[in-house]
Design a protein around this ligand. Structure first.
Ligand SMILES: Nc1ncnc2c1ncn2[C@@H]1O[C@H](COP(=O)(O)OP(=O)(O)OP(=O)(O)O)[C@@H](O)[C@H]1O
Ligand code: SF4
Ligand SMILES: [Mg+2]
Length: 420
């Protein structure tokens, strides 16, 4: 049995109207029938554009929002069936690392207080001395000096604060860590360090992650399996390498085709799949295939009327598209394309993409990182489309890159000049 099993999970938020009667006039279908499994010791990467329901799904796993339908089972326990009391102690086993490290740390508490709070609540450590020793051990693991204990969140750089967020999860010895956009608020060079740290910790401590991101490159390097979400559902799921080598759902193809390739010749030949229109509102999702309003391969009637289910096309490569095979084989053409124009599937430069993601990342990371030699291969924003128009997604917050350079994590954590 997998460590985490989601079966048909739905989270529908009621839309209320009126002051007196506060009637429910509709629903936001934030998560609309997701089934997936996360194996112990592995990483499941969940990608999709802004508003597709990633965070809501993570919150549903933690039971921070009520699940409308379906089940969330962690290590054999149905999370929805736990009483409030049992849920409190169960929550130790499920921890979350947030996108905004500063916003998620109480500015009035020092690091020892922040980290020991949860430990004390869950009865970890007989007394504060024992807890302090454990915290020191974890701080060393995440690359922070022990004198960080008496300091406050604003005294650290963005990358260091994310290390604190990771340490806060680790001290509780969780079974599963949900990382919600763990690096998207960080500068590109720091992103690589944090991703590498997550990978190292996974190896040394046998951790299991559900990593949520809108950035394909972040998820690729850390994930064993990747799920692509669109409007509350999974449209494709596959082992990481298979997904990058041969994306099969039109939405994934479009996302991947937006990845710039550093080789000018390949870039010149690279085919772009432009998606038109915005992401429909999850309060009023299209009937049939949710993607049909933007799909270049849309076929009359069936696509607009029948919702495709996620189907395994072999080797665990699952796709929710009525015409996945035909598109893959190149026998179904896109709108405005004659069969002779139809490129052989896959449309995306398969392995070239994977390599180019790394090469591109390395270039970006080096440019942004004069001193620190942290491996750039896990760098994050490489997959961000140069032109964001095609997917309207990948709403990467660009302006939040921190100007500070991350100090050597082994060195003493000096208060950052850029600290706010
Ligand atoms: N408590 C809530 N009440 C009503 N609607 C909500 C609530 N929380 C989220 N939503 C809606 O559900 C949809 C999915 O939101 P969610 O935050 O899960 O998306 P996301 O994929 O994490 O996006 P982002 O990448 O921007 O973080 C959005 O349309 C959002 O407005
Ligand atoms: S089912 Fe139809 S609309 Fe949906 S992705 Fe496949 S071809 Fe496109
Ligand atoms: Mg989110």
């Amino acid at each position: 049995m997998s460590l985490l099993e989601l079966d048909g999970v739905k989270v529908h938020f009621p839309v209320k109207k009126g002051v007196l009667f506060n009637r429910t006039v509709g629903h936001v279908y934030a998560v609309d029938g997701i089934s997936l499994s996360v194996e112990a010791g592995q990483t499941y990467g969940l990608v999709g554009e802004s508003g597709c329901g990633k965070t809501t799904l993570g919150r549903a796993v933690l039971r921070l929002v009520d699940v409308t339908d379906g089940s969330v089972v962690l290590d054999g326990t149905d999370v929805a069936k736990l009483s409030e009391k049992d849920l409190r102690s169960f929550r130790r086993r499920l921890q979350m690392v947030f996108q905004d490290p500063l916003g998620s740390l109480n500015p009035r508490q020092n690091i020892e207080s922040i980290l020991s709070e949860g430990m004390a609540a869950h009865g970890i450590g007989a007394n504060q001395d024992e807890r302090r020793e454990k915290i020191k051990e974890i701080l060393a693991k995440v690359g922070l000096p022990t004198n960080a204990l008496s300091r406050y969140p604003h005294e650290f750089s963005g990358g260091q604060r994310q290390r604190i967020g990771i340490a806060r999860a680790l001290v509780l010895e969780p079974d599963l860590i949900i990382c919600d956009e763990p690096v998207s608020a960080l500068d590109v060079s720091i992103q690589a360090q944090v991703i590498n740290l997550l990978e190292e910790l996974q190896e040394s401590m046998g951790l299991t992650y559900l990593v949520i991101a809108h950035d394909l490159a972040v998820v690729r390097h850390i994930s064993d399996v990747i799920g692509v979400m669109y409007l509350g559902s999974l449209v494709e799921e596959a082992p990481s390498d298979a997904l990058y080598a041969e994306p099969m759902h039109p939405y994934t193809k479009a996302l991947m085709s937006a990845v710039p390739v550093p080789d000018p010749e390949v870039e010149e030949r690279r085919e772009r799949i432009l998606l038109h229109g915005d992401l429909p509102s999850p309060a009023n999702p299209p009937a049939g295939c949710r993607f049909h309003t933007r799909c270049p391969w849309k076929q009359d009637t069936l696509c607009a009327t029948e919702r495709p289910s996620l189907t395994d096309l072999g080797d665990g490569h699952k796709v929710a598209c009525h015409f996945a095979r035909e598109i893959h084989e190149g026998t179904l053409t896109r709108a405005g394309e004659t069969p002779a124009d139809a490129p052989p599937a896959p449309v995306v430069p398969a392995q070239a993409d994977a390599d180019s993601v790394e090469a591109e990342t390395e270039t970006k990371a080096k440019a942004a990182e004069p001193e620190d030699k942290a491996p750039a291969e896990a760098g994050a924003k490489a997959a961000e489309p140069a032109d964001k128009a095609p997917v309207g997604a990948d709403a990467e917050p660009d302006g939040d890159a921190e100007a500070e350079a991350e100090p050597d994590p082994d060195a003493d954590a000096e208060p950052e000049a850029a600290a706010k």
